[in-house]
Design a protein around this ligand. Sequence first.
Ligand code: ADP
Ligand code: MG
Length: 232
Amino acid sequence: MSLELTDVVLTYPDGERTLTALDHVDLTVGPGEFASVVGPSGSGKSSLLAVAATLIRPASGSVRVAGQDVSQAGQATRTRIRRDHIGIVFQQPNLLPSLTVLDQLLVMAHLAGSSPRAASARARELLLAVDLGDKEGKRPHQLSGGERQRVNIARALMNAPDVLLIDEPTSALDHERGSRIVSLLADLTRRHKLATVMVTHDLATLAMVDTVLTMTDGKLTDGAVASAPSSR
Ligand code: ADP
Ligand code: MG
């Protein structure tokens, strides 16, 4: 399995007490599977992505990425696994303002040590895949919100990750643009055999995903809860 969380507990200090953000969570996502997590604000969705991204270490339980247990691994190992196996797309596209679209992608390849030539070819291929083939020389301020989010997605795929983690990718977009982003993610998930986990509040896009999970008070359960309030 590309991503496997088993019995994960995550707590945050909260004054004298501790807050349980992830309460014995199990999650398994295989190659080419598009999973979605819905649930109220504050229920633990972003925390789940942070643990899966190896950005936060859980209090207990195991996190396996591309077959390697990272829950007890040191900082250097976690950084390497994140760079080589995980693509991350956060809610706000955090692009570097001074770089062109193409360079946003090349920076990632440079950090991973790939050859500049192979990197340029891959970057151009990914920009075509996200329908930005004609925007490679633009800078972020010259792009629309939807275009910036697509750059963000292409950048996350630069180092050919096994796992793609996305936190509310459509929250800054109108419904139609949001739905196009989710359809693009579904397509990329299949073509690149990604294990994709998308947190969303946009219940209308759930028809495009394979698996729907609901987070409630740190507990992850199968299926969409129809009455789940929208999360923002
Ligand atoms: P969601 O993404 O579903 O809105 P989060 O994972 O951001 O939920 O938060 C889950 C719970 O953990 C919330 O009660 C939130 O206030 C708390 N929390 C999130 N991040 C931190 C942090 N860095 N330190 C302390 N508490 C946090
Ligand atoms: Mg969140």
